[in-house]
Design a protein around this ligand. Structure first.
Ligand code: AHM
Ligand code: MG
Length: 335
């Protein structure tokens, strides 16, 4: 029987063979994985654990927080603050950055996360997840400031997500391709189940919230309209559609069998560049997709090249199978 490779062993070997992971980063990734295991337990308990429903509070973006949003945020902070691998954290659920308390040693990394992505799916038992991104703290002895988090996505040193679905799967990149690990609940460990994940360059499947169609811009309308015309239209083939309303689950499907995911700017809130957040949603997902041979843009430029100006900055997102992303992006410059 083939030997099972645990996440720990995978990380140790990456550190040893390729020198891709310094020991602090390896510790950080192990701690994030451990936190995800514990979030997975809470998600699984559902009503039995009293974790469903709203928390009667709002986050900085004015969204009503679910109990699990807050629980997942606390689990990630408590797991990560004492290990000595981090200097500070930022989260969708916290207004400002969270500095590692002085009583703990300070590390050289910054961790950003969306603790529970796909919140609208929590109470209806549909896949949700945790998304994370790791940056290096800028050199120097001064304390960390919010501005230190405003780094372009191509500066990430690790990124990933954990999807809590029929299986709990952790997906990771440190810039050397994408690997997937499935949680073995009996053993309590993540086991490597796929390496060198590749996204097909072409696809016949798109993911977008069609109820917003009347609010979209012309290039997105054109792309979807051509897909909907199917075999009789300019694309000459029929398309299928999926929309889970959890970015983690939609991206996981795309990493598994291809597709294109879009959450574009729309006219509902014209002053916001999009719904999804750049630093802890679009950047980590964009890097994973690129590492698997796909592409990620905001319609005009590569997501990973956007210079952020705010911690909770939003962005228009088009990602997935390379040829489709390039097509939608080209419609933005030709219209
Ligand atoms: P969240 O981080 O508050 O859960 O919001 C992000 C989610 C994404 O996972 C998903 O793609 C999108 O919001 C769904 O939005 P909508 O309900 O407008 O379709
Ligand atoms: Mg989210």
């Amino acid at each position: 029987m083939a030997q099972r490779i645990s996440l720990t062993r995978y990380l140790v070997e990456q550190q040893r063979v390729d020198g891709l992971i310094p020991s602090q980063l390896r510790l950080l990734l192990e701690v994030v994985a451990r936190a995800c295991k514990s979030i997975s337990q809470a998600v699984n308990k559902g009503s039995l654990g009293g974790v469903l429903g709203s928390a009667d509070s709002e986050n900085v973006q004015g969204e009503v927080q679910k109990k699990l949003d807050i629980i997942a945020n606390e689990v990630l902070i408590e797991a990560n603050e004492w290990g000595g691998h981090l200097a500070a954290m930022a989260s969708e659920e916290m207004d400002g950055i969270y500095l590692v308390p002085n009583r703990y040693p300070q590390g050289e990394y910054l961790l950003l996360f969306d603790p529970l992505d796909g919140s609208s799916n929590i109470d209806v038992n549909v896949s949700i997840g945790t998304i994370f991104s790791v940056l290096k703290k800028p050199e120097g002895d001064r304390g960390v400031e919010e501005g230190d988090f405003l780094q372009a996505g191509h500066q990430q040193v690790a990124a990933g997500y954990c999807v809590y679905g029929p299986q709990t799967t952790l997906v990771l990149t440190v810039g050397d391709g994408v690997a997937m690990f499935t949680l073995d609940r009996e053993q309590g460990s993540f086991v490597l189940t796929q390496e060198n994940v590749r996204i097909p360059e072409d696809t016949k499947e798109f993911a977008i919230n069609m109820s917003n169609m009347r609010h979209w811009d012309a290039p997105v309308k054109r792309y979807i309209d051509e897909c909907l015309q199917g075999r009789e239209g300019p694309r000459g083939k029929d398309f299928n559609m999926r929309w889970i309303a959890s970015m983690v689950a939609d991206v996981h499907r795309i990493l598994t069998r291809g597709g294109v995911f879009m959450y574009p700017w729309d006219k509902r809130e014209p002053n916001k560049p999009g719904k999804l957040r750049l630093l802890y949603e679009a950047n980590p997902m964009g890097w994973l997709i690129e590492q698997a041979g796909g592409a990620a843009t905001n319609g005009k430029q590569r997501i990973l090249d956007i210079q952020p100006s705010q911690l909770h900055e939003r962005v228009s997102v088009i990602l997935g199978s390379k040829n489709e992303v390039e097509r939608v992006t080209s419609y933005h410059s030709s219209l």
